[in-house]
Design a protein around this ligand. Structure first.
Ligand SMILES: *Cc1c(COP(=O)(O)O)cnc(C)c1O
Length: 464
């Protein structure tokens, strides 16, 4: 055994304690460190270490060279994108995922597959899906959308009497995907799946909204006259608008289409009695995407994909090798997602749901929604700030008159208190502040508000 490897093995308890202590220090500092640190070291062309230095030296090197440039995205005031965080139980689950290092490709050698099934079914219940919905963990919502649309593609083939999995996407001819405000990852998925980004046909939205006009969708399906894929959006990234999923699902009585719902973070509305109506009808979807590394507050590399047509899913993702095990009536996960070997992504979700339950996660969702509402009210009181949409759930979308979103975002970032991202809302430059972290309190909202108010005031005096 390599000398450093042997030393680390001998010293494992003390080394794990050192790493635990370091993690404790990092988490204790998450509230006081700059949310985004400008000090990012240029990656120097360092040759690959030939001899190595052992874990303790590696930890020192990381602490010195890399950690200072890492963002505070795990903390309560990082409001860019929709990043979530990591609950204590999710962190423990993630550590133990690596500790046990299970390969959840088959049920042959481990209970890990059963744990993933249990966790997926808890999530199905949490999001109000149908008892027929079955699911699998994937690495993120982009992958979840991709898997859902791959099953949809196979369904289109079934309607035409061809198997896309065998004959290829050419056998399908042109596919049509209809949506009002699809997430960018849907285009990526369509590109990867060979249906092409141009297969997306945008349907007009309701006036002043990011939700699709269901009458126009019906007209588009009618005009098309052949089977299609509809992507309904449960929570758009700019204004967290929701399509009327129940009304879209009702169109199935008149038209032949596959209904895929992208509920990456919007599906969490189901946890809050006040907002659950936003996802009415989601149980009727053919496939559903929900991100977990966003609002469930498990670490990155976690989303779930649900479908009602496991047979088509196996047709697409079957990995037929006798040594791996052929698909049975309860197919192993190796036959359900793009990967073959798979990390036990379910374990952090299992831990956080076991530790805090539906109630605990509802409280996180409701606290974040209250934070967004309060920030929206405070910002609306500033003379030059305009809210561009009502705060429907967890995002405040706004503009500052006279200044570009980049100017405002840069000024805010420089203050180190919070991080916001610029966006385009229907072509109009805007800013968004997205709440999804389990630690965020109303005191954080006040700090965020002061940071934005100061930045806007500073921008005002420094600008023409
Ligand atoms: C974040 C997001 C995605 C992509 O999720 P990743 O986890 O980054 O792959 C897809 N759809 C919506 C609506 C999202 O908010």
């Amino acid at each position: 055994m390599d000398e450093h490897l042997a030393d680390d093995l001998a010293d494992l308890p003390a080394l794990l304690e050192a790493v635990r202590q370091y993690a404790e220090d990092v988490l204790a500092g998450v509230d006081s460190r700059p949310v985004v640190n400008g000090a990012r070291p240029e990656p120097a062309p360092v040759p690959v270490p030939e001899r190595g230095a052992g874990l303790r030296a590696a930890l020192d090197e990381f602490t010195l060279r890399w950690a200072p440039g890492f963002s505070g995205s795990a903390g309560p005031r990082y409001l860019g994108f929709v990043v979530g965080g990591t609950t204590p139980a999710a962190l423990a689950g993630d550590w133990l995922t690596s500790t046990f290092d299970q390969n959840v490709h088959s049920a042959r050698d481990s209970a890990a597959t059963a744990l993933e099934h249990e966790t997926v079914d808890w999530l199905r219940q949490l999001f109000g899906l149908h008892p027929d919905h079955v699911g699998a963990f994937v690495s993120g919502a982009t992958m979840s959308n991709l898997v859902g649309l791959a099953i949809a593609r196979e369904w289109l083939g079934e309607r035409l009497g061809v198997s896309v999995a065998h004959a290829g996407v050419g056998a399908l001819g042109a596919a049509t995907v209809l949506s009002g405000e699809p997430h960018s990852s849907v285009y990526k998925a369509l590109s990867v799946l060979g249906m092409g980004r141009d297969s997306m046909r945008l349907v007009p939205k309701l006036p002043g909204r990011e939700a699709v006009d269901v009458d126009r969708l019906a007209a588009a399906l009618d005009a098309l006259g052949r089977p299609a894929i509809v992507v309904a959006n449960a929570g758009t990234v700019n204004t967290v608008d929701f399509d009327d999923i129940a009304a879209i699902a009702a169109l199935k009585d008149r038209f032949d289409f596959w209904l895929h719902v992208d509920g990456a973070f919007g599906a969490f509305a189901a946890l809050s009695p006040e907002h659950a109506h936003l996802v009415n009808g989601i149980a009727d979807a053919d496939s559903v995407c929900v991100d977990l590394h966003k609002w469930l507050n498990v670490p990155y590399d976690s989303a779930v994909q649900f479908t009602r047509r496991r047979d088509l899913q196996v047709a697409v993702f079957e990995n037929a090798a006798v040594y791996l095990g052929l698909p049975t009536s309860v197919p192993d996960f190796v036959h359900l997602t793009p990967e073959t070997s798979r990390r036990l992504r379910a374990l952090p979700a299992w831990f956080t749901l076991t530790a805090y339950g539906r109630d605990g996660h509802r409280e996180i969702v409701e606290r974040d929604v209250a934070a967004a509402r309060r920030l929206g009210e405070l910002l609306a009181g500033l003379p030059n700030v305009r809210l561009l949409a009502p705060v429907r759930l967890n995002v405040v979308c706004f503009a500052v008159d006279g200044f570009t979103p980049d100017q405002v975002a840069d000024a805010v970032t420089a203050g180190g208190e919070t991080f916001l991202t610029p966006t385009l809302l229907d072509g109009m430059p805007a800013l968004r502040a997205a709440f999804s972290n389990w630690r965020t309190t109303s005191a954080d909202v006040d700090r965020v508000y002061r940071a934005i108010a100061n930045a806007v005031a500073g921008t005002c005096t420094g600008a023409p």
